[in-house]
Each structure stands twice: as C-alpha cells, then as structure tokens.
Design a protein around this ligand. Sequence first.
Ligand code: 5GP
Ligand code: 5GP
Length: 226
Amino acid sequence: MELKWSILINLLIVQYLSVVCVSEEFDFFYFVQQWPGAYCDTKQSCCYPKTGKPAADFGIHGLWPNYKDGSYPSNCDPDSVFDKSQLSELMSSLQKNWPSLSCPSSNGFRFWSHEWEKHGTCSESELDQIEYFEAALKLKEKVNLLEILKNAEIEPDDGFYSLDSIEEAITKAVGHAPGIECNKDSAGHSQLYQVYLCVDTSGSEIIECPVLPKRRCASDVQFAKF
Ligand code: 5GP
Ligand code: 5GP
C-alpha cells in the first residue's frame, strides 16, 4: 500500500515538473526589425530570397520572449517542431514582411523555423505557432518604421543621421522608446541595423521596455540605401 502511494506521488511530481518546464514563463517580447540595406552591405554580404529582392522596407527579424533582467529563454520545447503546413495562409505576407537575407538564398523556411524553435517555443504558454507568426505580422503592420522615419526626414539615402533624432522620431510616433542596434558596413561606418520595440506577453501591445538591449551605435549613424 505504502509503495503504491510513493509511486503515485512520484508520478505527480514528474508530471508537475514537465508542465513547469514546457510552459516557460517570460516577462515581455522584443519585436525586432532589421534594415535590409544594413544586413547586405557588410563584409559578410547577403543573398536575396528565391522570390527576388525584397522591397526597400524594414523586415521582421523576430519576436523574442525576454526576462526583465535582460536575460532570455531559448529553445524551450524540442517537441514543438516547426510545421510549415500551418503557415500556408500567411505565406505571401511572411515572404513580403519577414524575408530571409542570409546565404545561401532560401525561401524563408529555414529562418522562420529557426525563429520558431529558438524563440517561439518559449512563448507557447501565450501563442501557438500560427498565433506567433500572426502576432509578429500584425505588429509590423501597426508600426511602419520606414514611414515614421521618412516623416522625420530620415531616409535610407546613405546619409548620416544622429542616433538621437532616430530614437526621438520613433519614440514620438510609437509612444515608447526603441532600442537601436547598429552594425558596420564594409567601409567600417556605423549604420542603423535593427530596431527593438517591447511588446506585452500577449504579443499585441507595444509597451515601455523593462530593459533596453545593450547595443552600441556611434552618435551619428548611416541609413544605408537598399
Ligand atoms: P547577437 O549576438 O547577434 O546580438 O544575437 C544573436 C541571437 O541571439 C539573436 O538573433 C537572438 O536570437 C538572440 N538574442 C540576442 N540578444 C537577445 C536579447 O536581448 N533577447 C533575446 N530574447 N534574444 C536575443
Ligand atoms: P538569431 O538566432 O540571431 O535570431 O537568428 C539568426 C539566424 O537566422 C542566423 O543563423 C542567420 O543566419 C539566420 N538568418 C536567416 N535569414 C536571416 C536574416 O534575414 N537576418 C538575420 N539576422 N538572420 C537570418
């Protein structure tokens, strides 16, 4: 009798631990968009998707669950493999708004699968796979970074703009300060590469960042042509 109880209790503990491990909690998302001109003009260069050169617009890099202390979970559920058949209705929107620019040239599935498995599986307590990709696409629709910057006369013309003016334009339009990440073009110029916005755990509302990613930019940064 005692043995039966001990087996039952052990089973309950194992079940509890498996639930806790799979439904990992997080505090907010970073919604990260990349400027294709800055991905492509580096020493490493880029490859256009098989569907052709993407539009000269910011593209989605990812929607990344994060903790308030700046750390983040990754690859949370090896059992939840990327299932491309779920994305057929989103395909044209993903190709347009979430193009993959890495080499060799691809149709995007490798990038989306990487983002789902590394980041998406850590927000499964909130969003399943379709909801995760839909949430990112909706956020992109909601925040038109290129238009926001153009309205502030900040354009992808290879010109240099103060980091402050870029941050200010986005903060005014969105209502919350962005994180800006720069990289270097092949000539070594600091340039606008990625923009981070913070989003609540439902994946729908932009919020003030609990912690901004620590990324370095020069005080004046180039906005590369694409
Ligand atoms: P890197 O080292 O190039 O900045 O980042 C490499 C990868 O690590 C990113 O593409 C992303 O997958 C992950 N990563 C980097 N920084 C963060 C962060 O602050 N939060 C989250 N959630 N992921 C990050
Ligand atoms: P992260 O771990 O940095 O979120 O994801 C970056 C991974 O996705 C890298 O392995 C990178 O080669 C691949 N990748 C594919 N397409 C792109 C792209 O357009 N931009 C970036 N930043 N990474 C891409």
